[in-house]
Unconditional design. Structure first.
Length: 86
């Protein structure tokens, strides 16, 4: 049996500013966004100029949040390797 996680809480615990993501569909520029779309969930990056990139669609909120968590975790790892902090 797979363990259930509160992915929203895990995301908020990451050592990265909340300005890098939006979990409420708020259209912040230069941000990874979680948005409800009909009966599914969308995750995408919104550029500073308002362009949508890397859009992913998920059946469940849990899957979408897991994706965001892994994306942000990867960003943190890459930044640390390059000597950057958030």
């Amino acid at each position: 049996m797979e363990k259930k996680y509160n992915w929203r809480e895990l995301i908020k615990c990451l050592p990265i500013s909340e300005s890098y993501y939006s979990l409420d569909g708020k259209q912040n520029p230069d941000c990874l966004i979680l948005d409800r779309f009909q009966d599914k969930w969308k995750v995408y990056y919104l550029s500073e100029r308002g362009s949508i990139h890397n859009e992913q669609i998920f059946e469940t909120e849990e899957d979408a949040c897991r994706y965001i968590y892994n994306e942000l975790k990867g960003t943190i790892t890459r930044a640390k390797k390059n000597g950057l902090n958030f």
